[in-house]
Design a protein around this ligand. Structure first.
Ligand code: ATR
Length: 265
């Protein structure tokens, strides 16, 4: 697209605050690369206005879909006309497609982005034992995607134990063939170790797990993108582990989002 015309299709990202989002730059560049006559715009929408705004979007016939982020990922679930079983189990949606009849279809792609990122790094989770630190929003999405990918065992370790147990119960209900355990800070005995907590963003954060228990046969993966070399990844390298950074989760997810929302010529 060189200019916006009457034929240009529109996508959006809904957030509050909005100024920090990088998705417009990323997806507009992706659309240029795909030769799509489309534009993705930032929409600054507060939580109280979300239902009315989304109801209006349903009637916008040249809207392809939209991305939702903080604080709307949970509230949007009930505003969609359809959501995937996985998104329903996670309780969150981050990508919505608008069908031609105006129906809104929601999906959660955080976890699929993480798994696609692993595969892009030649790490196949199928059949592997996985330790997952965290049970928050990101960890929920990643846990369901790992179960979907067919890991052989999943251990969930979270500071607040009840949230870990709640995640375990929902995983067992939707993926009865995947054994799920509640873990301790000790990640030993797993082939892949994942940090899905927010720890590592700040310099003074504690490590999300006991890195002294890591061994060279383990792969350690991050969801934190900034800094690229988190304290956990540095500690894992020191222990001889193969490491996988946080960035591919986002880059792979952008492709998945574009596909889901129909960003094609
Ligand atoms: P996100 O959407 O980024 O996943 P979130 O839902 O707030 O954010 O989840 C943050 C995760 O990091 C949770 O697993 C949280 O643990 P709790 O469930 O116990 O809150 C974890 N986390 C954040 N700060 C932590 C800390 N100081 N120590 C241990 N875990 C922490």
């Amino acid at each position: 697209m060189t200019e916006i015309t009457g034929n240009t299709k529109v996508w959006a990202i809904l957030a509050d605050p909005i100024h920090h989002v990088k998705t417009p730059q990323a997806l507009n560049a992706l659309m240029r690369g795909r030769n799509v006559d489309g534009v993705l715009i930032p929409a600054h929408v507060g939580a109280e206005d979300l239902p009315g705004f989304v109801a209006g979007l349903k009637s916008m016939r040249n809207l392809g879909g939209f991305i939702v982020t903080v604080p709307h990922k949970t509230a949007i679930v009930d505003l969609c006309d359809e959501v995937s079983e996985q998104a329903r189990a996670i309780g969150a949606v981050n990508t919505v497609r608008r069908k031609a009849d105006g129906r809104l279809v929601g999906e959660m792609l955080d976890g699929a982005g993480f798994v696609a990122g692993l595969r892009q790094g030649s790490i196949e989770p199928r059949g592997k034992t996985v330790y997952l630190a965290g049970a928050g929003g990101a960890a929920n999405a990643i846990a369901f995607a790992l179960a979907e990918a067919g890991v052989s065992r999943l251990t969930v370790a979270n500071r607040t134990r009840s949230k870990g147990e709640d995640l375990k119960q929902r995983l067992e209900r939707h993926h009865p063939s995947v054994p799920v355990e509640i873990g301790t800070p000790d990640p030993s005995g797993h082939e892949i170790v994942v940090n899905a907590t927010s720890l590592g963003l700040r310099e003074d954060d504690p490590l999300p797990l006991d890195a002294a228990r890591l061994s060279p046969d383990q792969i350690v993966a991050e969801i934190i993108m900034q800094p690229e070399m988190t304290a956990l990844l540095a500690a894992a390298r020191e222990r001889g582990c193969r490491t996988h950074p946080g960035r591919p989760m986002l880059s792979c997810q952008l492709e998945l989002m574009a596909d889901f929302m129909g960003m094609r010529p």
